[in-house]
Ligand binder design. Structure first.
Ligand SMILES: *[C@@H]1O[C@H](CO)[C@@H](O)[C@H](O)[C@H]1NC(C)=O
Ligand SMILES: [Zn+2]
Length: 442
């Protein structure tokens, strides 16, 4: 039966039939609904104009999106006003809004924690922190150029300059992440502007591409076909126990996955940026007609061309550029994979927000070096629970998150940096072996 449309106001409580329909309205069908604060919204047309991207919101079609809604949006007042035009009904009081329902208490307590965190002012950024962070990147950038200018282009200054530039690229990568998550300024406009400057002008990459990928990752981390960060499954790697066994049982072998912990060193860290992202970003902006992003990117390539060509010539310039991308790629891949690849990877099982994030995410111990090297993404759990929180506050909320996890028997993993790197390789080896066993024997 068709649900009755809402006649007047938002107060009409629709039947159970209605909400069972919500669960069926998953992404593939034309009509998409989702639930926020027990209200049902028809997002069928809206997905295309959703500022955070159409995919990220569609990943919650047929589900309760209250907690991700709270987590991702600043200025919720404005957003809520707009949402009223999409409202089509309300859950009946006895209807649970997500599965499994046993985590309702956890969800309520997490929402209280969120309120506490806001009262404590932990969502407010220290602008001086981000200004100094930007300055340290600009200083490294100038130092890289001065190294060649002062000491010539022989091997030692050339290599030193490459290392400094890869630090610039990696650190600008962490800084653009702060602006992309709207965690620095209280208005979206300023965050977006600085985001374009850092990812576009300092790194030569499109903001829209990063948003498109990264918000999906945050909304459904380690969920197959929803988190683009695990898109390497199944064509390059077999990831996670569940998916690897499934792949083996289906007798699928796109790669000899039982060797993936070895070929990871070849096609993973050294290759992702210079061989893939560096080229794909141009395809992305052209295909989606993101001309503003392209203009920002061009300013980066023109700047480095004009500043390094006179010192190095064309061959030297291209050599330097790709060595920097190679070094940056290693830095980026080890750090970004350590928090998720060794964790639970699965299909989307529509579990509550806290469990979704905790089962897919682990931390790396705090230290001045680890904080700097990973751009505070060693506090990955806190970042995933509160993606718009400025990173200098993660360590303040961490003890509160830990006690919440202890209370509900949820594992909160934190490990040394090198163990976290090693765990990437171990988990690849393990899932490759599980794939092989299932492939041969099941
Ligand atoms: C949801 O929106 C779509 C697109 O506007 C529309 O075709 C559909 O009838 C709407 N469904 C309800 C229940 O309002
Ligand atoms: Zn993030």
């Amino acid at each position: 039966p068709r649900p009755r449309p809402l006649q007047t106001g938002a107060s009409l409580v629709l039947s159970l039939v209605f909400i069972s329909k919500v669960a069926q309205r998953s992404g593939r069908e034309k009509e998409r609904w989702l639930v926020i604060d027990r209200k049902v919204y028809n997002i069928s047309n809206f997905v295309r104009s959703h500022p955070g991207g159409s995919r990220v919101i569609s990943h919650y079609a047929g589900q309760d999106a209250t907690d991700p809604f709270i987590a991702f949006h600043i200025n919720k007042g404005i957003v809520r006003k707009y949402m009223n035009s999409l409202l089509i009904g309300e859950l009946s009081p006895e209807q649970p809004s997500f599965e499994p329902t046993k985590n309702k208490e956890l969800t309520n307590e997490f929402r209280e924690l969120r309120a506490t965190v806001e009262r404590m002012g932990l969502m407010k950024a220290n602008h001086l922190f981000f200004l100094l962070y930007l300055l340290h990147i600009l200083l490294l950038d100038v130092a890289a150029w001065l190294t060649l200018w002062l000491f010539g282009t022989s091997l030692v200054p050339f290599f030193l300059s490459a290392v400094l530039l890869s630090a610039v690229q990696a650190q600008a990568g962490w800084l653009q992440h702060d602006f992309g998550h709207l965690s620095v300024f209280s208005t979206s406009t300023w965050n977006h502007l600085l985001h374009h400057f850092v990812i576009g002008h300092l790194k030569g990459a499109p903001a829209s591409w990063w948003n498109h990928m990264h918000f999906q990752h945050h909304a459904k981390p380690n969920c197959f076909l929803k988190d683009p960060d695990i898109n390497m499954h199944p064509f390059f790697f077999a990831l996670g126990k569940v998916l690897s066994v499934e792949l083996g049982k289906q007798k699928k072998k796109y790669m000899p996955y039982n060797h993936q912990h070895k070929y990871f060193f070849l096609i993973g860290p050294p290759a992702l940026l210079p061989l893939y992202f560096q080229w794909y970003i141009f395809y992305f902006v052209v295909q989606r007609k993101k001309w503003v992003d392209l203009a920002w990117m061009v300013t980066f390539y023109v700047r480095i061309f004009l500043t390094y060509m006179p010192l190095l010539g064309l061959k030297g310039f291209l050599g330097l550029f790709f060595i920097v991308r190679f070094l940056e790629s290693n830095w980026f891949v080890w750090v970004t994979q350590m928090n998720h690849i060794p964790m639970h990877i699965d299909h989307d099982r529509n579990v509550d927000w806290v469990s979704t994030q905790l089962q897919a995410t682990c931390n790396v111990h705090q230290s001045a070096f680890n904080d700097w090297f990973s751009g505070h993404l060693n506090f990955q759990i806190e970042h995933h629970l509160f993606p718009t929180m400025p990173r200098h506050n993660y360590h303040k909320v961490a003890p509160l998150v830990q006690s919440l996890c202890t209370k509900y028997g949820i594992e909160y993993q934190s490990k040394p940096l090198l163990s976290a790197f090693a765990d990437i390789v171990y988990s690849l080896k393990e899932s490759g072996q599980l794939w092989l066993d299932a492939y041969l024997h099941q």
